[in-house]
Design a protein. Structure first.
Length: 259
């Protein structure tokens, strides 16, 4: 697989890679704990315990924010639509693989609109709006606020049951106007998460115009940890697809050997 999210003309901004790599490390620790719970080695409540739910929110926010940063760099460096669609096709293909793999493990709660599915949609929207400047900050705020407004309206019984069920249906819940989380192992709807990627694009565009030195971390001169993070961030899609099968396989092997 070709290197993920590499700008079309290439000064490589390793600070973005390192930040993305940090998100991947955090995600790996989270998923390993999730897998320990799944195999009954360490019981935790990942659905209700705020220690885990807030971590998921923070990891996903960092991941999508850096995706927006990466798009800002790519647009600023003149990435063609052809190159964009090539990257987009990789993300979309991996999203389909995630759905297929999760169906084998969790047929009743398989992932039909998880992080990669959401990213495939968000990347198109963010690319089309890349030149909207400071409006992206306001669009991000609107996107984040919209889905939570729906929940507040539902809590105060101002939303009819029929309307709530309409937006909670599987055909439309990917938009994010939901009043309850669907039964699925991973759910990343367009709202509020598009707002986070918009903020990443807005922040990246501002930095590229005004403070580009902030992104000029040099991987070759950094510590081993920095080099590892930048490498992981550069190959983030490949790493994302491989880390769970490897960890699940290792835990299954451990369980078999421990019998």
């Amino acid at each position: 697989m070709s290197k993920d999210l590499e700008p079309a003309i290439s000064q490589r901004f390793y600070a973005v890679d390192a930040l993305r790599g940090f998100a991947m490390v955090w995600m790996t620790v989270f998923h390993f704990c999730f897998d320990l719970n799944h195999f009954a080695y360490w019981r935790q409540n990942f659905l209700a315990d705020s220690f885990w739910t807030w971590q998921r929110t923070a990891i996903l926010s960092l991941f999508l924010f850096t995706a927006g940063l990466g798009q800002a760099v790519a647009v600023r460096q003149g990435q063609s639509w052809q190159r964009f669609w090539r990257r987009w096709a990789q993300v979309s293909a991996c999203a389909l693989l995630v759905s297929a793999g999760s169906y084998l493990m969790y047929p009743s709660t398989f992932i039909y609109f998880g992080v990669l599915h959401g990213m495939a949609v968000m990347l198109i929207v963010v690319r089309l709006t890349a030149h909207w400047g400071r409006w992206l900050w306001w669009l991000g705020l609107l996107a984040i606020g919209a889905s939570y407004t729906m929940i507040v309206i539902a809590d105060y019984a101002l939303l009819t049951r029929a309307t709530a069920d309409f937006f909670n249906s599987k055909a439309l819940n990917w938009l994010g106007f939901v009043t309850r989380k669907p039964a699925t192992e991973d759910f990343v709807p367009l709202l509020p998460w598009l707002g986070v990627m918009w903020w990443g694009m807005a922040a990246g565009s501002w930095v590229m115009r005004n403070r580009v030195a902030w992104l000029s971390l040099r991987s070759s001169n950094g510590s081993v940890a920095v080099k590892a993070l930048t490498a992981m961030g550069r190959w983030s899609l490949s790493y994302y697809m491989l880390h769970q099968p490897v960890m699940i396989g290792a835990l299954m092997a451990f369980g078999w050997l421990a019998k």
